[in-house]
Write a protein that binds this ligand. Structure first.
Ligand code: NAD
Length: 498
């Protein structure tokens, strides 16, 4: 029988046998591999209490204590990267190399957080008035909640908690119930690294647990990553309850190919960016915008590469693309191929009906390519979040920019061109948060901030980078005078400051 996962609270496993249960699948076999407890609101309240209690001491930990733990955690994650990747493969389904890549990107945020003494330095002005100095400092918020999606079960939580903890907060993570195991392993590594009990906690659950976190009086801030409707709900509910919120939503990312682009390079980029992790990436390219006559050369070049893509279990070292996360999601994504055809798109490559020998019950869908897609079609309007790439053909670069800007999402985009002038025009005029020039997936490094525009982000602070430090701290400015003994009462007044 499939085992029941535990929460991880106060530095140890917390069983929750009475909780409702969710099923966790191995997407490559289609079998239930374990069950996950779905915490009730009262369980969440107890977890928040543990984190709140831990905050009373962690907030006063020295910078040296925090960096020692962060460096130890960094070493442990590095040493366990293969094991963490295997846990991701087993529940998400992506191929092992992709899973290793996400552990690496998460690790880079831990490395950035190791520099917290420098990141938390304030400014100091001497003699702002006679005998008066002034300086700024930043202090932690309290208990911070992280609510994360299925598609990067290690990296997205690691966008959040290294900096939140480094800033002196305590953290409650509610990971996706579809692939929750890697979070628990990360919690164990924190404990091994010497993080005091209760500073990092994992509570599993679904909507009930999320809503309990959004309304809990002792949760000071919420970082959310997931789909746009839930991001909007999280933002509205948590801000109504007085919390600081950053809520990153869904995406529809366009790769614009200009007629002067290197078509072979653009085709390589389109295939890697559309079908890596089976298209279940918020920065995946789901639409190619072919400008002028470039589509006639680009579409066959993409289709040729797709024919060579090897689909198989994430544990197969030869596989380049794994299954989708659940049968329900696979069916929804496959449904878009039929919808596209009904709406008049040309199905150039049809990945439906793919079977993988020896793993016939896995949640498979081969890569799909639709040409002559128009902006009004559902395949272009909706975030599909699977291995379906659309090609939209437009006349000019200006048309391409207008098409991207008309989309409600604004997460990532890229232009492929040989012209610096056209690339600059694109970069200046495009209404999207992360922009690539001859780079298909322009994910910012840990020391920059990650985030989109429009329906891809609710709130005004991106994740990680110095914006992350800002999100997880509150500023204070101190103005101080130390008058000579007996200098009189006049000197203590505030009027002399003006
Ligand atoms: P999701 O919105 O279904 O779930 C995200 C989290 O919200 C999960 O922890 C889930 O348990 C919780 N949740 C789900 N339904 C809820 C409800 N009704 N009320 C309260 N909480 C609820 O997203 P997903 O399917 O896990 O992940 C895929 C989505 O995440 C895609 O839309 C993708 O674009 C987006 N995403 C965005 C980014 C980004 O940086 N903008 C990064 C990764 C993923």
């Amino acid at each position: 029988m499939a085992s029941l996962l535990s929460h991880h609270v106060g530095g140890r496993r917390w069983s929750d046998d009475d909780a409702r249960r969710g099923e966790v699948f191995d997407p490559a076999t289609g079998r239930v591999s374990r069950h996950v407890p779905l915490a009730s609101a009262s369980t969440v309240a107890r977890v928040v209490e543990v984190a709140h209690e831990a905050f009373t001491t962690w907030r006063w930990s020295t910078l040296a204590q925090r960096t020692r733990v962060l460096f130890a955690f960094r070493t442990l994650v590095d040493a366990h990267r293969d094991e963490l990747a295997a846990l991701i493969v087993a529940e998400h389904g992506k191929v092992h190399d992709d899973a290793l890549g996400e552990v690496q990107r998460g690790l880079e945020v831990v490395e950035f957080a190791c520099g917290i003494p420098h990141l938390l330095k304030g400014g100091h002005s001497v003699e702002v008035s006679s005998g008066v100095d002034s300086w700024s400092l930043r202090q932690p918020l309290g208990v911070v909640a992280g609510i994360t999606p299925f598609n990067f079960p290690a990296m997205v939580p690691m966008w959040m908690f290294p900096l939140a903890i480094a800033c002196g907060n305590t953290f409650v993570l509610k990971p996706s119930e579809k692939d929750p195991s890697v979070s628990v392993r990360l919690a164990e590594l924190w404990t091994e690294a010497g993080l005091p009990d209760g500073v990092f906690n994992v509570v599993h659950g679904d909507r009930e647990a999320v809503d309990a976190l959004l309304t809990a009086p002792d949760v000071a801030a919420v970082s959310f990553v997931g789909s746009t409707p839930i991001a909007r709900h999280v933002f509205t509910t948590a801000t109504t309850h007085g919390k600081r919120v950053q809520a990153l939503g869904g995406a529809k990312n366009h790769l614009v190919v200009l007629p002067d682009a290197d078509v072979e390079l653009a085709a390589d980029a389109a295939v890697a960016a559309a079908f890596g992790s089976a298209g279940e990436r918020c920065m995946a390219i789901s639409a190619v915008v072919a400008v002028g006559d470039v589509g006639d050369r680009l579409v066959p070049a993409i289709a040729n590469r797709m024919a060579a893509l090897r689909v198989g279990p994430g544990t197969d070292p030869q596989a380049e693309m794994g299954p989708l996360v659940t049968a329900e999601h696979r069916d929804r994504v496959a449904g878009y191929v039929a919808t596209g055809a009904d709406e008049g798109a040309e199905v150039v490559v049809d990945g439906r009906g793919l079977t993988v020998e020896g793993a016939e019950d896995g949640f498979w869908l081969g890569p799909c390519l639709l040409d002559h897609v128009t902006p009004d079609m559902a395949v272009h309007r909706d975030e599909i979040f699977g291995p379906v790439l659309s090609v939209v053909r437009v006349g000019t670069h200006a048309d391409a920019i207008a098409l991207v800007n008309a989309n409600p999402y604004g997460n990532g985009t890229a232009v492929f061109t040989d012209s610096g002038r056209e690339a600059r025009r694109f970069q200046q005029q495009i209404e999207v948060g992360m922009v690539g020039v001859n780079v298909p997936i322009p994910v910012p490094m840990a020391y920059y901030a990650f985030g989109g525009w429009k329906d891809s982000l609710f709130g005004d602070t991106y994740v990680h980078g110095t914006e992350g430090v800002h999100f997880y701290t509150r500023g204070k400015v101190v103005t101080a005078r130390w008058p000579e003994q007996g200098a009189g009462t006049a000197a203590a007044g505030t009027s002399s400051l003006h």
